[in-house]
Design a protein around this ligand. Structure first.
Ligand SMILES: [Zn+2]
Length: 201
């Protein structure tokens, strides 16, 4: 999703802003002056992270802006590690609203295409702004080779204690997926905190 779409789901965005200290008022789904101020503060904080940590390709940038600030910092560290290792890696997916997650969940079930997720809306760390999916590009072309993603994870995961890799999952391994460790491994706990605007990472 894009930053513009994030803003369109006002209740979702208020939760996102409140859990990260930008918004302090009612979670009511109404875009008022307090929400507007929180949004502006979030944009300023995001720009400052980009300034400190460096910028990347436009597709990655468009997805990084949908992550919570802590995840933005980690995503930029991540891309820097990839770059230093001589790999062309881009973040091709960031935050999804619950509605977008439900559309993805339908794929392979009630909609055409293969099953790509076990998570409905509110069951994926993509719904809380702490997960991203990558594409690896070899000479500019998108790689679908598991071996490329596994090799990269070897580099990334040896240097981090804050990230989790989807390739370590037991069911439906997800090699392009990375996420921040949340306060609980139980996604229902994380969801509860997110929906109340409380911190979860
Ligand atoms: Zn993912």
């Amino acid at each position: 999703m894009s930053y513009q779409l994030l803003k369109e789901d006002v209740l979702f965005y208020q939760r996102f802003l409140k859990a990260n200290g930008f918004y302090h008022d009612a979670l009511n789904g109404i875009w008022d002056s307090n929400t507007n101020k929180a949004d502006a503060d979030f944009v300023t904080a995001s720009a400052s992270i980009a300034e400190q940590m460096g910028k990347f390709d436009s597709r990655s940038e468009g997805n990084i802006i949908t992550l919570i600030p802590k995840a933005q910092t980690e995503a930029r560290k991540f891309l820097k590690l990839c770059k230093d290792a001589g790999k062309d890696v881009r973040i091709i997916s960031g935050t999804r609203t619950y509605a977008e997650q439900d559309v993805l969940y339908a794929q392979g079930r009630t909609a055409p295409g293969p099953i790509v997720t076990h998570a409905k809306g509110g069951q994926s760390n993509h719904n809380f702004g702490i997960a991203w999916d990558i594409g690896i590009f070899n000479n500019g072309s998108y790689s679908t080779n598991d071996s490329d993603y596994i090799a990269l994870a070897g580099i990334i995961m040896s240097g981090t204690t804050t990230l989790e890799w989807g390739g370590n999952w037991h069911s439906l391994k997800d090699n392009p997926h990375y996420q921040l460790k949340a306060v609980s491994e139980d996604v229902t706990v994380v969801r509860g905190l997110f929906e109340n605007g409380e911190i979860y990472v």
